[in-house]
Design a protein around this ligand. Structure first.
Ligand SMILES: NC(=O)c1ccc[n+]([C@@H]2O[C@H](COP(=O)([O-])OP(=O)(O)OC[C@H]3O[C@@H](n4cnc5c(N)ncnc54)[C@H](OP(=O)(O)O)[C@@H]3O)[C@@H](O)[C@H]2O)c1
Length: 280
């Protein structure tokens, strides 16, 4: 059995779907506060992993654990201790490229670094996936694109190689099954470096509209996000990394293709797959 933390997140959902499709038994962990639905056949356990003591019984018979640091937060050390005690064999951590290629405020990369250290010292077999920014982050533009043809945001020239969640999940599933080399760190990115102007244009192509990106001062974007009720942390995380990626693009690796034996999916593929979210 495979246990997925952050199961209602972008990666968790994809990993569950791929595992269920292959007939693997899956347990999903959720706080149960949202309206997330889980595939038929998935066992769902509800609770907050920031305080993970309650999950001990559900770890019985689990072979591998997928870890979303956002979902486990400060509970990760204890979760790993319980997992080792209950005979869990493997842990797959969703980390970030910022550990290796600094971008944005150091405190955010430090959280991933700390999670990596905990996993490496857990006594379990481990795989660390250092992930570039998700293509799915572009869903934040969906309300603007449904309302008009211009996306307004900061740092038009910030460039990254965005990852399709199906590729993240494809690699994670191999790691969870134990078919990747043990104790390895893989840096996963999309195949192509794109700035924000190009990303918006590709979404436009996918939905058959001419879209453009209009650059705004970062402080105006920050104030707009706070006015929407987002916590201070969200603009701090976003704007800090965009500022750095405007100076120096994020990394591009061939790891997805090396591990999956097929080309990594492009941002254009992702935009096509997600066209309905943008009104396409
Ligand atoms: N987005 C990126 O570009 C990027 C890049 C590199 C790494 N990562 C990391 O990759 C991991 C997976 O990301 P993801 O987008 O698939 O998942 P996610 O959006 O971070 O969400 C994972 C799930 O965690 C649960 N959760 C539990 N406690 C939470 C809390 N205090 N705050 C927020 N969510 C909480 C939520 O599920 P319930 O409500 O069901 O409990 C949420 O759906 C994350 O740890 C993220 O930090 C992301």
């Amino acid at each position: 059995m495979i246990l997925i933390t952050g199961a209602s997140g972008v990666v968790g959902r994809q990993v569950m779907n791929q595992l269920v499709h292959e007939g693997t038994t899956v347990t999903a962990v959720t706080r149960g506060t949202g309206d997330a639905r889980f595939p038929d056949g998935v066992a769902v356990v509800r609770g907050d992993l920031f305080h993970p003591e309650w999950i001990e019984a559900a770890l019985e018979g689990v072979e591998a654990l997928q870890i979303s640091p956002r979902a486990t937060g400060p509970g990760l050390g204890e979760l790993l201790r319980l997992a080792a005690a209950r005979g869990v064999r493997r842990a797959v951590l969703l980390s970030a490229t910022t550990v290796e290629y600094p971008a944005g405020e150091a405190r955010f990369a430090a959280r991933f670094k700390h999670a990596e250290e905990l996993v490496r010292n857990s006594g379990l077999d481990w795989t660390i996936l250092r992930l570039a920014d998700f293509a799915a982050n572009a869903l934040a533009w969906a309300p603007q694109i449904r309302a008009g043809d211009v996306v307004r945001g900061a740092y038009a020239r910030a460039a990254t190689s965005p990852l399709h969640e199906a590729d993240i999940a494809g690699v994670a599933v191999h790691a969870l099954r134990g078919s990747l080399r043990k104790e390895a760190i893989h840096t996963l990115t999309g195949p192509q470096s794109l700035d924000q102007v190009e990303k918006v244009r590709l979404i436009g192509t996918a939905i058959g509209r001419a879209l453009s990106f209009q650059e705004l001062p970062p402080e105006q974007v920050r104030q707009g996000m706070l006015a929407q009720g987002l916590s201070e942390e969200i603009p701090a995380r976003l704007l800090g990394s965009l500022a750095d990626y405007a100076e120096r693009p994020g990394p591009t690796t061939s790891t997805v293709e090396d591990l999956l034996g097929r080309p990594a999916l492009t941002f254009a593929d992702w935009a096509h797959d997600n066209a309905p979210a943008f009104g396409g």
